[in-house]
Ligand binder design. Sequence first.
Ligand SMILES: *Cc1c(COP(=O)(O)O)cnc(C)c1O
Length: 418
Amino acid sequence: MSWKDNLDPKLVALVAEVDAKIAPRLAELDDQILDNQAKVLNAFRNHNVAESYLNGTTGYGDDDQGRDVLEAIYAEVLGGEDALVRPQFVSGTHTIGVAELGLVRPGDELLYITGEPYDTLQQVLGMAGNGIGSAKEYGIACDYVPLNADGSADLPAIQQRITAKTKVVCIQRSRGYATRDSFTVAKIAEMIKAVRAVAPAVWIFVDNAYGEFSERLEPLDVGADLMAGSLIKNAGGGIAKTGGYIVGRKDLVERVSYRMTVPGIGGAEGATGSNLWDMYEGFFLAPSVTGNAIKGAVFEAALLEALSLDVSPKWDAPRTDLIQTANFGNPEDMTKFAKAVQEFSPVDSFVTPIAEHMTGYEDKVIMAAGNFVSGATIEFSADGPLREPYTLYIQGGLTYAHVKLGIIGAAQATYFNK
Ligand SMILES: *Cc1c(COP(=O)(O)O)cnc(C)c1O
């Protein structure tokens, strides 16, 4: 049996062309995987990870050596002094929200400089939703500086907007559901430089969701003070079942630890139960899983572009996260493609995704995902609102081979089954 069985010969020929075109780019990404894997392996060896660390604790979770060492490893690899890596974080939003709310006090201001924050964070901050328990309700002013028309950060406007009240400046690395490009670490470095020029002491926080291991450097390496992300995206390597991480300056990690639990306890408690094994193994696999998902996105971009779709980023553009978008131009093709993504999933392949109304969205949204870990976007998945220009956000994939098979299968179903 061959993967080419039942494929249109024209599609097979197109895939061969795409393979040849992207080969140098994939080789570059393999080299990046090697560098990031070396970084992680060295940290495991430097900290003498022992088998007993994988076991986890119960109850209060006092003296959890496995947890403490995993946090030290995260700090070393991601460029911080200390970290919190916990299964008690229920999602990326929770983790990022704990970091943001933990840094500020009544009367302070928190300022996003990369346009509107990710939808769910707007509710945390009180920019949307019912506001109960939000930063706004605590008397914290939250605002954002709009992006330039081309999607870049408006550095002069940012410098003007920062005042003595501005305690925290926030940067969102990945595009989320916005149409802008994601911000590379080099772009984040420029923003940090501009902010430091007018406010040397302001705390700079980065929403790093989807970013980990997609480049060789992380935002902390270029001067950010604190960052956070989800373990069911890149950092969990597809293995972690739940959780999040916060990493950065030691004093700031301590400060937000009192928001994570309560003052007095901070990070000293928190049983890891049966999660440490997954969190260790997942972080070890994360450079490879993330790198291969990005290789899959490069293939996706090149094949869909060859089929005349408008894609972003282009296959040869720099990347700093997992997200690939493609505009299908009409609801029929978008729906067909999403259905096929579901059909080519290892779990729930027999399920048909149907576009439905969701809270917070004006248009119907279609979501295709057949995952081992529910909702984990490090796994191959596609979603998007059914409106012009009919954009699917396609991300993740545990192996390059799976993404490639899924995209080829979806292309066949959408464009070659006439
Ligand atoms: C996914 C994501 C989040 C939130 O993570 P959840 O786990 O979905 O709550 C926040 N910011 C960005 C940029 C993201 O991509």
